[in-house]
Design a binder for this molecule. Sequence first.
Ligand code: NAD
Length: 347
Amino acid sequence: MTPIPATLIRGDGIGPEIMDAVLAALDALGAPFAFEERPAGLNAMERHGGDPLPEETLASIRRTRLALKGPLTTPVGSGFRSVNVRLREAFGLYANLRPCRTIVPGRFSDVDLVVVRENLGGLYVGQEHWIPVAGDPHAVGVATGFNTREACRRIVTYAFDYAVTHGRKTVTVVHKANILKVLSGLFLEEARAVAKDYAGRVAFDERIIDACAMQLVLDPARFDVLVTTNLFGDILSDLVAGLVGGLGFAPGANIGPDAAVFEAVHGSAPDIAGQGKANPVALLLAAGLMLDHAGRPDAARRLRDAITATLAAGTGTPDIGGTATTAEFGAAVAAAIRRAPAPTGAG
Ligand code: NAD
């Protein structure tokens, strides 16, 4: 099969190590992507006039419309704008998809759900100001959130379409419309309207965010696809990662009309960078999502089966109690792919 053009960003901290492990696994799958490697992040700043997201990287994603990205460090303070947020804005990546599935049974053995998070609006727009009172310039902090009808409709439609194409049965809309009657109320109103278009094909359910958080911790198997606004999605997707062993197992996809960027949910882990200890599973799973997105579901399945087989054989990095290095884990997944027979015609 013809390799699919895609942009590759190794990222900061543990990024280069986990990316090498992913590339080893993708090689074993027959290198389904023709990667253009481009710079981004703190590591790119020195070589690109202080810009952590150089134009050549944006131009590459504009061309390929597909990127696999390692984690990028966002320094605290100093007015540094998150490169991740800049990428979402530059390509209108409005849907953040975070599938969460049990691979190694722990507290739960049967979690298989997907959080769909609106990625561009809500309280995340960061429209904030202070109100001074009695000589205290920071006496009151104010934040304003924005949800547009169009953005609410678009993300809920995305969630229902995802459910249809992935054989999912139920979409649960998560909101706080009982208190935030305008900001969250609009989201719920649009969700109910969109759900009518899918009646008979996908079931619709609604939950208030606080109740949903408790129910997820008690019985995650009752959930299928969850769709929610930016801040609730940010929190819920880390919560659900915790149900299946933590951030080391959480992949994410940022999807827009013109491009899609795939990544691990975790950050650049500077505390373990360069030590060969990082767990590459989340980025491997992100590469699987990218294969699905690019129309190579057979290759995605082979990759996921190899990850599961490797973990089941007891190979793991130190964060999950194993002794394998990042490179050894990547090589073990590659070996598992080569051992399993490829289905005829699969790429
Ligand atoms: P982090 O996710 O990098 O690390 C949190 C903890 O989890 C650390 O102890 C780390 O060692 C561990 N950890 C994370 N990934 C791991 C892996 N694959 N294997 C083993 N252990 C792992 O979060 P942080 O420390 O809050 O953030 C570090 C930097 O990453 C910050 O600059 C932050 O802004 C950035 N960040 C980037 C992204 C992204 O690029 N998508 C996401 C989150 C944070």
